[in-house]
Design a protein around this ligand. Structure first.
Ligand code: FEO
Ligand code: CA
Ligand code: CA
Length: 691
C-alpha cells in the first residue's frame, strides 16, 4: 500500500522517492538525499578525454556482458569456490575472520557454503528466501529486552527508558564476535541506523514520546549470544553482563587533532571534547584488536541549519532538513541557534566502540575525517601500520584512506590493548583519484593515487588548517581533486588477496545536465544499478601512494547493454545497487543490495561472487529479504564446521503503517499479537544455516 504525505501522522513528509525505494525509506534514512541537488557542485577536472572514450567503451562492455544470462529457479548447482589468493598479507587476524589461522591467511580452500542459487523474489514477497537445504532463524528483534530489568516488547507502551534497554530499530552493520574457542559464546554488535515512526507508534502517540523513543532507538547494540555447539543457531541472552545500548544520548569523547577545537564547541560542551550520542550509524568494521567501527552517515537530516555557508551546504545541511522535528525536544538539533551552530560538526565521524567493556566511553575519531561515513574497514599492512578504507555515500563523493602513525602491537596484554585502542587517533588521511588508462585494453581499469589531505599532523591542503581539513573533509577533498564516484558505500579489504572492494551503489544523476558524465571508473550515465570497483595496492603495500583498479562488476540484469560480470560468460544472478560487502574464508566476495530499480520489482538480496579463477564475476544469489527491506551487514562463517550467514534485515515493510503493515516479518503473527497487539514488521538479525 502506497502512503501519501497526508497519511503521515508522526513526521513531516516530503513524499519524494528515488528508484524503487519506498518514499518513507528515502525520507527517514537519508533525508531524501537523492531528491536534492548533489552537494558536490565542484568541477573536479576528471580526465575528459578518458570520459569521452569511456562512452565508446560501454559498447565493449555490453558485448562482454551479453554472454551472461539470468539464473533461473533451476540454476545449475553451484561449483566450489575457485578463489586463488594473490599475495597473502600477513598479520591481520581477527576482524570478520576469527577462524583464519594465524600465519596462513589466504590459504586457498573450498568454501563449505555451497548452495544452489535462489531466484529473485517479487518485490511484494513478505518472506526470507534461502537456498534449498538451508533454514533461517531470528536471533534478536527490535524491542527485545537486552539490558537487565528492561521490559518485554510492548509497542503500544514505549518510553525512552524502555527503548534504552531494548534492541534498537533498523539494524544495519553486524558482526558476531566469538568469545570462546568452542564457538559457543559470542558478542553480537549491530548498528541502528534510523527509525520509522509511522510503523513504530500507534496514531495519537504524544509527539515528545515519539522523539524520545526515536533518540533511544538509534545508535548501536551489544548483545551476548550462546549456543550448545558450533554451527547451531545462536540465542541471545537477556540481561547478560556485556549487553549494552548506545543511543543518541550516550556520552562519547572526541580524540585526535580536532578534540577541543573551537569548531566543536557548543553551549553544552564549551570545551569541544564530548558529545551526546551517535546518529545514522550505517555500516562499519571490526578491528583486529576487537573493537567495532561505525560510520555516522546521513546526520544532516536531524538538524535545522541555515545552509547559507558552503561548510553546511556541502554536507546537505540546510533549512529543508530537520525532517524529524527533534529540535522541538532538544535545542541542540537547531543549528541556527547561537549556542549550537557547531552541533552538526560533532556528527559525521567514525566512532569506535569496545564491545568487551560495557563501561567504556565510545570515541569519535577526528583524525579519520568528517563526511557521510558509510563505514570503515581496517587491514594491517605488512609493516604493522593499520590502514582503514572508507566511503562517503553521496552522489559524486569520494573514497578515503587512513594510515595510522603507530603500528599494531600484537597480543592481548593490557598494554597492547591500550596501545591499539589509540591507533586510529593519529595518522594520515588521503582521498582517491582514479585515472582510467583508456579503452583500448577492453576493460574499465587504470591506475590511481591517494591524494594527501593530512600528513604527519599537518594539513596538506592549501588554505585550510588541519582542523578545517578534518571537520570539512569534503571541501578539502574537492580542493585536492579527488574522483567523483557513484555513491561509494562499503570499501573493504579482502584479507585473502589484499585487494579492496568498493561498492558504488548507484547514481542516477551522472550525466544529467550540468553534472559530470561517464568516466572510466563510473562508466554509465544515469547509473541505476551500480558497480563494484577492485583496487589493488602497489606492491601489496597499503601505505603507498599508488594503486591499480578495475571494475569487477557493472551491475544490472545480465544480458543488458553495459553490464559486466568480471568477464564470466556463464549464467549469473541479476544484481543491482551493491551496498555492503563481506568475504568468506577463501576470499569470495559477498555483496548485499539496497534498493532495486523500479524496472526490476524484486526484493533486495545477498550474493556470492568469486573474485579469482575461472568463476571470477559469477554472481550467485544466496538469499532474499522480505518486502520493503534492505539486506545489511552480511557476516559469512564457513570454517571449523560452521556454515552460517548472518544478515540484518533492515526496514522491512517500509511504506506501511501501524494500522496497515505491509510486512509481518519475522514472526508472521496471525490473530492476536499478544502484548500491544503489534503485528507489524520488526527489523531483526537473522542467521541462515544448513537445515
Ligand atoms: Fe546507510 Fe549508504 O547506506
Ligand atoms: Ca582500460
Ligand atoms: Ca548502507
Amino acid at each position: 500500500m502506497t502512503q501519501t504525505p497526508t497519511d503521515r501522522r508522526h513526521l513531516p513528509m516530503a513524499g519524494l522517492t528515488h528508484g524503487n525505494r519506498n518514499p518513507v525509506t528515502c525520507h527517514l534514512r537519508c533525508g531524501d538525499a537523492c531528491s536534492f541537488t548533489p552537494p558536490n557542485t565542484t568541477d573536479n577536472d576528471y580526465f575528459r578525454d578518458v570520459a569521452t572514450r569511456a562512452l565508446s567503451r560501454r559498447r565493449t562492455l555490453g558485448l562482454a556482458g551479453a554472454g551472461a544470462v539470468a539464473l533461473g529457479v533451476a540454476a545449475t548447482t553451484a561449483s566450489p569456490a575457485a578463489a586463488r589468493p594473490g599475495r597473502a598479507i600477513a598479520g591481520k587476524p581477527g576482524g570478520k575472520y576469527p577462524h583464519t589461522k594465524p600465519g596462513k591467511p589466504g590459504k586457498p580452500g573450498r568454501s563449505r557454503l555451497l548452495f544452489t542459487p535462489v531466484a529473485p523474489q517479487p518485490a511484494d514477497t513478505d518472506s526470507v528466501g534461502v537456498p534449498a537445504g538451508y533454514r533461517w532463524d531470528t536471533i534478536v528483534r527490535w524491542g527485545d529486552p537486552i539490558l537487565p530489568g528492561a521490559p518485554g516488547f510492548d509497542a503500544s507502551d514505549q518510553t525512552q527508558e524502555s527503548a534504552e534497554g531494548q534492541f534498537g530499530y533498523n539494524c544495519d552493520y553486524l558482526d558476531i564476535i566469538e568469545t570462546n574457542s568452542k564457538g559457543t559464546r559470542a558478542l553480537l554488535v549491530a548498528n541502528h541506523e534510523y527509525t520509522n515512526e509511522e510503523i513504530m507508534f500507534p496514531p495519537g502517540t504524544d509527539p515528545e514520546t515519539v522523539v524520545r523513543v526515536a533518540l533511544a532507538s538509534h545508535g548501536m547494540s551489544v548483545v551476548e549470544l550462546r549456543r550448545a555447539r558450533r554451527g547451531d543457531a545462536w540465542s541471545y541472552i537477556p540481561g547478560a553482563p556485556k549487553n549494552r545500548r548506545i543511543t543518541a544520548e550516550t556520552p562519547f569523547t572526541f580524540d585526535g587533532p580536532v578534540r577541543g577545537s573551537a569548531l566543536l564547541r557548543t553551549a553544552e560542551d564549551p570545551r569541544g571534547v564530548t558529545v551526546r550520542g551517535t546518529l545514522n550509524n550505517c555500516a562499519g568494521g571490526t578491528t583486529p584488536w576487537g573493537t567495532v567501527l561505525s560510520g555516522e552517515e546521513n546526520f544532516n537530516q536531524y538538524f535545522l541549519a541555515a545552509g547559507t555557508d558552503v561548510r553546511e551546504s556541502r554536507y546537505g545541511l540546510g533549512p529543508t532538513q530537520d525532517s524529524r522535528g527533534w529540535r522541538n525536544v532538544d535545542e541542540r538539533f537547531d543549528a541556527t541557534s547561537e549556542g549550537y551552530r557547531n552541533e552538526p560538526h560533532r556528527f559525521g565521524w567514525i566512532v569506535e566502540v569496545d564491545p568487551t567493556d560495557p563501561s567504556s566511553t565510545p570515541v569519535k575519531h577526528t583524525a579519520m575525517g568528517r563526511f557521510k561515513h558509510e563505514g570503515a574497514n581496517v587491514i594491517v599492512n605488512d609493516d604493522g601500520h593499520v590502514v582503514a578504507y572508507m566511503g562517503d555515500d553521496e552522489r559524486f563523493d569520494y573514497v578515503y584512506r587512513f594510515v595510522s602513525r603507530k603500528k599494531l602491537r600484537k597480543g592481548n596484554s593490557p598494554g597492547a590493548r591500550r596501545h591499539n585502542l589509540g591507533l586510529l587517533s593519529e595518522g594520515d588521511l588521503s582521498v582517491a583519484k582514479f585515472i582510467g588508462d583508456g579503452l583500448e585494453d577492453g576493460v574499465s581499469d587504470g591506475i590511481g593515487r591517494w591524494l594527501p589531505l593530512t600528513r604527519a599532523g599537518r594539513s596538506m591542503v592549501a588554505g585550510m588548517s588541519l582542523e578545517e581539513v578534518l571537520v570539512f573533509t569534503r571541501l578539502a577533498a574537492d580542493k585536492a581533486g579527488a574522483t567523483k564516484m557513484d555513491r561509494p558505500e562499503d570499501v573493504e579489504p579482502n584479507l585473502v588477496n589484499g585487494h579492496i572492494y568498493v561498492a558504488c551503489t548507484n547514481n542516477t544523476d551522472r550525466g544529467k545536465a550540468g553534472k559530470e558524465g561517464p568516466t572510466e571508473p563510473n562508466p554509465r550515465n544515469a547509473n541505476k544499478d551500480g558497480h563494484v570497483v577492485e583496487m589493488i595496492p602497489h606492491k601489496g603495500d597499503h601505505t603507498l601512494e599508488r594503486f591499480r583498479w578495475n571494475l569487477l562488476l557493472i551491475c544490472g540484469d545480465p544480458g543488458t547493454a553495459g553490464t559486466y560480470f568480471g568477464g564470466y560468460e556463464g549464467p549469473v544472478s541479476p544484481i543491482s545497487c551493491p551496498d555492503n560487502v563481506a568475504f568468506d574464508s577463501v576470499g569470495n566476495l559477498w555483496v548485499s543490495t539496497d534498493g532495486q530499480p523500479s524496472s526490476t520489482s524484486r526484493c533486495d538480496a545477498l550474493f556470492k561472487v568469486p573474485v579469482a579463477g575461472p568463476q571470477r564475476g559469477r554472481v550467485q544469489q544466496f538469499l532474499s529479504v522480505p518486502a520493503g527491506a534492505e539486506t545489511c551487514g552480511p557476516v559469512v562463517r564457513d570454517t571449523d564446521g560452521e556454515g552460517s550467514v548472518f544478515v540484518s534485515v533492515q526496514h522491512p515493510g517500509d511504506g506501511g503503517t501501524w494500522e496497515s503493515p505491509t510486512s509481518f516479518f519475522p514472526d508472521y503473527v496471525t490473530g492476536s499479537a499478544g502484548r500491544g497487539e503489534f503485528k507489524g514488521p520488526r527489523p531483526s538479525v537473522i542467521q541462515v544455516r544448513r537445515a
